[in-house]
Design a protein around this ligand. Structure first.
Ligand code: BYC
Length: 312
């Protein structure tokens, strides 16, 4: 189909690195694709609080507890910035929430895995937040202004999260043999799911081509995954831990690590709703929403009372 004049102007603006703002003309599919990505990103932040929230009461010291609590609160803040960014595209908060609670909208596959030991808090911070930053730094330059701007702060906070996770791993991996084994076990369980966070390989990514053209995405799923692997292997070496991939090997020619094969059946199964914790995560969000009904009702009643007073 031929490009309309508006579409051509829009693309020119994107190519010239000018930000698209809420009141600007935009193709309907640009709007739709952004609502999909930003809302799923927001849902990931909100659901992402659950695996770590699980450890707040059991953190091994007061210091660890306060740091973890602050991290989980940061994720809630990220979710709210992202929902606000999605709202600028014309979708309401209730609808966004409904899409999450009914399972219509996705959230990151990674949060459907259980956090079974304290070392998982280290591995999640190090690997999950590490992968999240790798993907989100490019989003600071995404073409839609209200998505790009909050990403700057989000990335700064994610960077602190990644370091707190790495520090936990550093302490455990240089601690007693039992602690080191716990750190290795967490790395074994979180490595492959972390690589899946970047999404399907470029050849199997239906949204990538258009999202790259519109500069919603600035780097491809495979490109980011490779940079993440290259950086993380060196960090694992400092910890003295073994990445659970026998095919991992430095390639002099490409100047990158070669690595094994992701279990894509597992990935697609998790995003279809059949991962180890999908049901548990959705049930927790549904319960939180139901438990918060009285707050919404009270806020509405208060707003109504205030409006009445103003009118009188
Ligand atoms: N999990 O064409 P593709 C965090 C879906 S949380 C689930 O490549 P796209 C944190 C994809 O949605 C950070 N689904 O898609 C919080 C699509 O399905 P639909 C989360 C996935 O959008 C708490 C289909 O597969 N980060 O930082 O071009 C504690 C085809 O994929 C996944 C973001 O959300 C997945 N991993 O690229 C700690 C970043 N991968 O929608 C940390 C923003 C793919 O057609 N999002 N799918 O039904 C993005 O950058 C992109 O959306 C993605 C996927 C790279 C994730």
């Amino acid at each position: 189909m031929a490009e309309s004049k508006e579409e051509a102007l829009f693309q020119e603006k994107v190519d010239a690195e000018q930000k698209i703002e809420p009141k600007d003309w935009m193709p309907a599919d640009y709007r739709k694709n952004l609502i999909r990505q930003i809302s799923q990103h927001g849902h990931s932040e909100i659901v992402g609080m659950l695996p770590e929230g699980n450890w707040i009461t059991r953190a091994p010291s007061l210091r660890r507890k306060t740091v973890l609590l602050a991290k989980v609160q940061d994720e809630a803040g990220h979710g709210l910035y992202l929902y606000s960014a999605a709202e600028t595209l014309g979708i309401g908060r209730d609808e966004l929430n409904d899409q999450l609670l009914t399972g219509k909208a996705k959230y990151s596959s990674i949060f459907n895995y259980p956090t079974i030991t304290w070392a998982d808090m280290g591995a999640v911070g190090w690997l999950v937040d590490g992968a999240a930053i790798m993907n989100q730094v490019m989003l600071c330059r995404t073409s839609y202004g209200p998505y790009a701007r909050p990403m700057v702060r989000i990335c700064k906070e994610e960077s602190f999260h990644q370091r707190q996770g790495y520090e936990i791993m550093n302490v455990l991996s240089h601690g007693s043999p039992e602690q080191k084994a716990m750190a290795q076990d967490a790395l074994d369980r979180w490595w492959w799911p972390s690589l899946m966070m970047f999404g399907p390989s470029d050849a199997d990514s239906p949204h990538s081509a258009q999202s790259m053209k519109w500069k919603i995405k600035r780097q491809s799923n495979d490109e980011l995954r490779q940079i993440f692997i290259d950086r993380t292997v060196q960090q694992a070496e400092v910890l003295g831990l073994q990445i659970p991939d026998p095919e991992l090997k430095w390639n002099e020619e490409t100047q990158h690590y070669d690595w094994g094969t992701i279990n894509w059946d597992e990935f697609f199964n998790v995003i279809k709703g059949n991962g180890p914790c999908n049901k548990e995560r959705l049930t927790a969000r549904q319960k939180a929403h139901a438990d918060g009904a009285w707050v919404r009702e009270a806020a509405l009643a208060y707003a109504g009372k205030k409006a009445k007073k103003k009118a009188a």
